[in-house]
Design a protein around this ligand. Structure first.
Ligand SMILES: Nc1ncnc2c1ncn2[C@@H]1O[C@H](COP(=O)(O)OP(=O)(O)OP(=O)(O)O)[C@@H](O)[C@H]1O
Ligand SMILES: [Mg+2]
Length: 269
């Protein structure tokens, strides 16, 4: 996919992704290699996003996106210009879901089986970026869609921690879906057997070599791919036993009763 028109920056995202029209005339949310979060955020988007998709969770399609900063010369903001100029070449595009709404845990009900699958998945990828303050989920055509996995797989910022990372607990007390009675153990029984070495190989093969080059301590991109697979395979086996959904905090994060009643009343009309 190649960008033909830079439409606008999406300022609600910390990495300032861009809305860009491509040569297939589709519109994509593009995450740029030049963003402060760096190319590892894009690696995390690809691995986590494609893994979620294969586990049956909804994630917008991800595409390799060629971006030439020349198509954005009309963008007046200097900071955005600097970001775009630093991002020529291969970036990550995701299908733009037109009219999608940001997920609001007060205004949308999620069934507990789906909540369990999402919480277990987030524990697997070590995603702390799906809290009720910043849900990183969209509602589109009445369904729940997962976005923004750039901050997951945190151990890849320091590979020395990757071994112990497999055993790290996951605190889901603040998770945006914590109030929908998720049962991560039931979700694990369904999903963990699907996280096989061959599935993970298929997924890491989708990460472009150029985002895996020059990783200290690794001989080349394939060695880095094997490291991602290893942590995920190890975590899949037992992370469900280390997910905490602390009841006390769960109550604390639930909206006050008057607000729940008000929202429910509003939804009923
Ligand atoms: N595929 C999509 N379709 C429609 N809107 C999207 C899509 N992806 C992202 N958005 C919108 O852009 C915003 C920013 O996206 P995203 O959260 O992925 O960016 P980010 O820079 O990683 O954000 P953060 O500040 O959470 O780190 C989202 O909150 C959402 O409103
Ligand atoms: Mg976000």
């Amino acid at each position: 996919m190649t960008g033909i028109r830079y439409v606008t920056p999406l300022r609600e995202g910390g990495s300032v992704p861009g809305l860009v029209e491509a040569d297939d005339l589709g519109t994509y949310v593009v995450k740029f290699t030049g963003a402060a979060q760096g190319r590892k955020a894009l690696v995390a988007e690809v691995i986590a996003g494609e893994l979620a998709r294969r586990l049956g969770l909804r994630v917008p399609d991800l595409v390799r996106f060629e971006f030439d900063p020349v198509i954005a010369l009309g963008e007046p903001d200097q900071e955005v210009q600097d970001l775009l100029k630093a991002s020529g070449g291969l970036n990550l595009g995701m299908d733009f879901l037109p009219g999608a709404l940001g997920f609001d845990p007060l205004a949308f009900e999620v069934d507990s089986a789906e909540a369990g699958r999402v919480v277990w998945f987030d524990a697997l990828i070590g995603n702390v970026d799906r809290s009720w303050r910043n849900p990183n989920m969209l509602i589109w055509h009445k369904d729940l869609w997962l976005i923004d996995h750039g901050a997951s797989l945190i151990w890849h910022h320091n590979w020395k921690t990757a071994g112990p990372a497999a055993d790290k607990p996951y605190d889901a007390a603040d998770h945006a879906l914590a109030r929908f009675s998720p049962d991560p153990t039931a979700a694990a029984a369904e999903l963990a057997p699907q996280v096989t070495e061959s599935l993970l190989r298929e997924i890491t093969a989708l990460v472009p070599d150029e985002w895996l080059l020059d990783e200290p301590g690794f001989a080349g991109p394939d060695e880095v791919r094997r490291a991602y697979e290893k942590v995920l395979l190890n975590r899949a086996a037992s992370v469900h036993a280390r997910i905490s959904l602390a009841g006390k905090q769960k109550e604390k994060q639930a909206p006050p009763k008057w607000l729940r009643t008000w929202v429910e009343g509003k939804n009923a009309t």
